[in-house]
Design a protein around this ligand. Sequence first.
Ligand code: PLP
Length: 385
Amino acid sequence: MIPLCVPNLAGREREYLNDCVTSTFVSTVGPFVTRFEEDLAKATSANYAVATCSGTSGLHAALLTVGVGRDDLVVAPAFTFIATANAIAHTGAMPWLFDVDETSWTIDVTRLASALARETERREGRLIHKPTGRRISAIVPVFTLGTPADMDALRELARAYQLPLVVDAAAGIGARYKGRELGQLGADMTMLSFNGNKTITCGGGGGLITNDRALADLAKHITTTARVSTDYVHDRVGYNYRMTNLEAAVGCAQLEQLEGFLSRKREIAATYADAFRSIDEIAQFPVPDDRQSVYWFSGFVFEPEEGIDRAKRLIAYLNKAQIGARSFWRPIHMQAPYVEAPCEAQPVTERIWNRIVTLPCSTHLSQAEQAWVIENVKKWFAHGG
Ligand SMILES: *Cc1c(COP(=O)(O)O)cnc(C)c1O
């Protein structure tokens, strides 16, 4: 089987893990954790980084850090992985779900601006969502497939409505927007995931980056049981969201390979794009000209007039040929825990989500393997699907 997207451990992972065992620093304290945070901040051009045990827990902690609380509403796209909504729900808040735009598949800022103007008002210094009476306490754009959202426009809206901007860039390491790197996009905090299917993995893990010292310190505090001293004094409900030295060891070795991994991801996506250019029924994943995607996943989307069963049938066909093709995210408003969440119209999300096919794109995918994937996709289309 050619897997969809699996870790590439070609660097010093084994060596660094051996260091952990030799030194006995395998748990939540150790030199690799500190180094990983420094390396991550450097790799993203951010001032500070806080390592966490997963992307989800990192996003949860970031939302708590910027003041999201029980019964609040948090703006988010419906087209995202369930973890975005879960992190919001873990604070006791609820997502307010928006559509994505056609050109980037990230949150539609025009629709967001008009909904904020139409459906909110300020009461006693709080921004209230009029239909539900809930306080709105943050905006969480998601960098779909590693493509940045329209951060300048979002920054402006966030400023106008005095809302913190917390980015879910789970798979966004290496992405650029108007030439700027992840840590320089105007977000208050940005979450990254280092789960096994992301470009850089720690096995499992996450990270928060920010340029605000106070936010970094508070996030660190919340994710380390809110301890104020070594004699078991804690000043709020904290979490054990720390990354272990073992995970950070893998992460440090992975970050050393970041540039190579990113260029492989781009190359794989470009090779598929070239190979499939002549197939009319499908389109590439969209990337606006002012943004650099990291092509976390490669694949394509069936054109709107093509039935959704075509994507499903192609995936089944490829799976039979031992190719790890897959569908992509089922939107949040179609998920049982969130059917009650306030939700704007979703024309783009509903058109794309079940027409997407993702294809093998591990950074160590061989040319022969990719050629085999391409051959099988072409064969399927040549025979009329
Ligand atoms: C992977 C992912 C997450 C969750 O990260 P974990 O490390 O698995 O908790 C959240 N949001 C998005 C968009 C993701 O792709």
